[in-house]
Design a protein. Structure first.
Length: 309
């Protein structure tokens, strides 16, 4: 029987690497960000904005499209999307091993921008959730390093009242406050915090109240063999040989300087240092502002991760 997995977290938290690692399992296919309006897979389930919220109020609009995607029969409409439709179908066909079918493949869906669809995906579609969480200081530095900060504002909160109500309910149940701000800021750091903090709120709620699987980025890079063996076992997925061999390499570690790796092979510590030297200078970010902004979130995650100890 196939396994369907949803890997999510905040942007720049390592979800791409985790998703591709899980897709190394035999008879598996990797579906990259179908809830991201800029992804080719979004043509199969066309959500209009990033961080879109699907729940009872609008689920009927997306139910059939997601069902088709999970059957690997994506419903990509419109004559102007013919090339995308052909490209997606070619990708699916190439992912099917001899003797397998579309229905028998494990579907590994990765999408940090679909984080607020997690409850719908789990409750309605029985996807197995994997929550990737990373120190927000490192997430924010990575956003600056990628120059994504120039386009980030919490617009998705302004246009989705149902999402705001759900997040406020999460806040109340967790005994938190000030996780949600609708204000637009000219200060890049403040804007980023306002964009990503609701995702951390959702991650904390999913991990502590809903009991979903949590994978700490820092632990997985320090102890990849332990963490990924446990994750594959929990999901009942057979680990692929290539990824298994990369985990067993001695005196190596995973490259934490680059979150979108093209290979599962670990690299040496010396190579990591070289890669970091080749990257842009470390962005000047005021860590004290981030620590203050996430103080309540930190307390909630205290028993789950090793940040700021």
């Amino acid at each position: 029987m196939s396994v369907n997995v949803f890997v999510t977290g905040t942007i720049r938290s390592g979800t791409t690497f985790v998703g591709k690692a899980l897709a190394s399992a035999r008879d598996s296919i990797y579906i990259h960000e179908p809830f991201n309006p800029d992804s080719p897979w979004n043509s199969a389930i066309p959500t209009p904005i990033s961080h879109f919220y699907i729940s009872g109020h609008n689920a009927l609009l997306y139910r059939a499209r997601l069902g088709a995607l999970l059957k690997l029969q994506p419903d990509i409409r419109g004559q102007w999307l013919e090339s995308v439709r052909q490209e997606r179908n070619d990708f699916i066909e190439k992912s099917i091993p001899d003797g397998s079918t579309r229905e028998s493949l494990n579907k590994i869906i990765k999408d940090p921008l679909g984080i607020f669809c997690t409850e719908w995906l789990v409750q309605r579609w029985d996807l197995k959730p994997v929550l990737v969480v990373r120190d927000p200081r490192e997430v924010i530095k990575s956003i600056f390093r990628m120059s994504w900060h120039k386009n980030l504002q919490p617009h998705y909160l302004l246009t989705q009242p149902q999402l705001r109500r759900r997040l406020f309910a999460m806040e109340e149940q967790l005994g938190l406050s000030n996780c949600i701000s609708l204000d637009i800021s000219d200060d890049n750091l403040t804007a980023i915090i306002r964009v990503i903090k609701p995702s951390y709120l959702a991650l904390l709620y999913f991990a502590t109240v809903s009991g979903f699987r949590l994978l700490c980025y820092e632990r997985s890079t320090l102890n990849p063999e332990i963490e990924f063996n446990r994750l594959f076992q929990d999901l009942d997925l057979p680990m692929g040989d290539e990824f298994k061999n990369s985990l067993s390499e001695k005196n190596n570690t995973f490259d934490t300087a680059k979150s979108h790796q093209n290979t599962f092979a670990p690299v040496s510590v010396e190579r990591i240092k070289l890669l970091r030297n080749e990257m842009p200078d470390e962005p000047a970010v005021d860590n004290s502002v981030i620590v203050d902004a996430f103080a309540d979130i930190r307390l909630g995650f205290a028993d789950l991760v090793d940040w700021w100890d």
